[in-house]
Design a protein. Structure first.
Length: 402
């Protein structure tokens, strides 16, 4: 085919003219390829990146991502074929053979780079395609059940979990407490769950492990407590995600945690923990960071019973030169410690002695791990003192750390 042939005459259709190589090589390469196709590809990537922020469902977001990816491939193929054909006809139009060769080399290198990127992206594409076709690789949505004003969510946050949870809430307006047990799943599903939890003002209690994306839902609770097991944090992951995608996911999760009020140091530690090395903060770390803000009554009761059991095994024992711990009693919300002082109570100014002992005991008590948190959740600490004649002369209760 020669330059003067009819097929090389421009038709005015930009897409078909470039595809057929009818434009000059500089225009095909720099304007159509680098500028238009390059900007078009960048816009497609930006489009994919912002679908999650539009509030669309996870499945629709996946469909949009697959369609946008396919469009970006079409744009690249259109650009590459047009440049290749234009380079082929460039010398016939009187152009330099060197530029023609360089343009073809650039197309070949671009093809290798595109193919390599496609191979690297294949796991992510497969995962996204499974979401787009409503076939989540994480399996079925978490189970949801309701009983006595409590809704229980157990299992992975896979596609459809939030929708299932919302339907259960709509059918049970009396629900006030969410019990959670999940090792995580899709952050998008967790965010939708969090919105529903905040909207209903639900309390959240973890009854099994709550890790990864589960923590996003936990942080939306009004009162947040842990019944047992662990609460775990790690950096987000997605099959086949590259450095840019990982950074984007980390920033998204960082913003979620920071908006929930977690301290910077806590968030950074969470996001530097790999999925293979989950970070499970202890109780104090969780309360100090604000992940938890409530201690369950049953935990207060159980802990108080355990304390009473262990201290009574050692009792009586000396606390100081004058004082010994006689016994410890535990009720549902009160831990009572009974002491004997080796002196006659009549020798004391009882009012002054009680004020002095109370101040000293309160300072020591409130410095112990978890005591302030227990008090904020209703725990009380009672102290009873008897003198050498076994006469009770001091009795006070501490229910708040000043």
């Amino acid at each position: 085919m020669r330059y003067g042939d009819p097929d090389l005459e421009q038709t005015g259709n930009f897409i078909s003219d470039h595809w057929a190589g009818r434009y000059s090589l500089p225009r095909s390469y720099w304007i159509n390829g680098v500028l238009i196709a390059g900007i078009g590809g960048a816009l497609v990537i930006a489009f994919i990146s912002h679908t999650a922020a539009w509030g669309v469902s996870l499945q629709l977001s996946a469909v949009i991502s697959i369609a946008a990816f396919a469009l970006s491939v079409v744009i690249w193929v259109w650009s590459a074929v047009g440049i290749w054909r234009s380079a082929r006809y460039h010398t016939e139009k009187g152009g330099s053979g060197t530029w023609s060769t360089l343009a073809r080399i650039a197309v070949i290198l671009g093809a290798f780079a595109t193919f390599s990127q496609l191979i690297q992206s294949m796991p992510a594409l497969i995962e996204t395609a499974s979401l787009a076709t409503n076939n989540d690789t994480l399996g079925e949505p978490a189970s949801v059940s309701v009983k006595d004003g409590t809704i229980t969510l157990y299992g992975p946050f896979s596609l459809g979990t939030a929708e299932k949870f919302e339907m259960a809430l709509e059918s049970n307006p009396q629900v006030k407490l969410l019990q959670l047990s999940s090792t995580g799943g899709r952050i998008a599903e967790a965010q939708m769950l969090a919105d529903l939890i905040r909207r209903r003002g639900l309390d959240v209690e973890t009854i099994g492990e709550c890790s990864s994306a589960c923590t996003v839902a936990l942080l939306a609770g009004a009162n947040r407590s842990r019944s047992k097991k662990w609460i775990g944090f790690h950096q987000p992951s997605f099959p086949g995600a590259g450095p840019r995608e990982k950074a984007q996911m980390e920033n998204e999760l960082r913003n979620i945690y920071l908006q929930a009020g977690l301290p910077n140091g806590f968030v950074e530690k969470a996001l530097t923990s790999s999925p293979q090395a989950m970070w499970y903060p202890n109780d104090m770390e969780l309360f100090e960071a604000g992940v938890l803000n409530h201690v369950l009554p049953k935990r207060i009761t159980n802990d108080f019973r355990a304390i009473a059991y262990h201290e009574n095994k050692e009792a009586p024992f000396a606390v100081d030169e004058l004082t010994e711990l006689s016994s410890v009693e535990a009720s549902e919300d009160t831990l009572t410690r009974r002491y004997r002082i080796a002196a006659n109570g009549r020798e004391f100014d009882v009012s002054a002695a009680q004020a002095s002992i109370r101040a000293s005991v309160a300072e020591k008590l409130c410095s112990e791990a978890m005591v302030p948190q227990f008090m904020e959740s209703g725990a009380k600490y009672r102290f009873v003192y008897r003198d050498s004649a076994n006469v009770e002369f001091i009795d006070f209760t501490i229910a708040r750390c000043e």
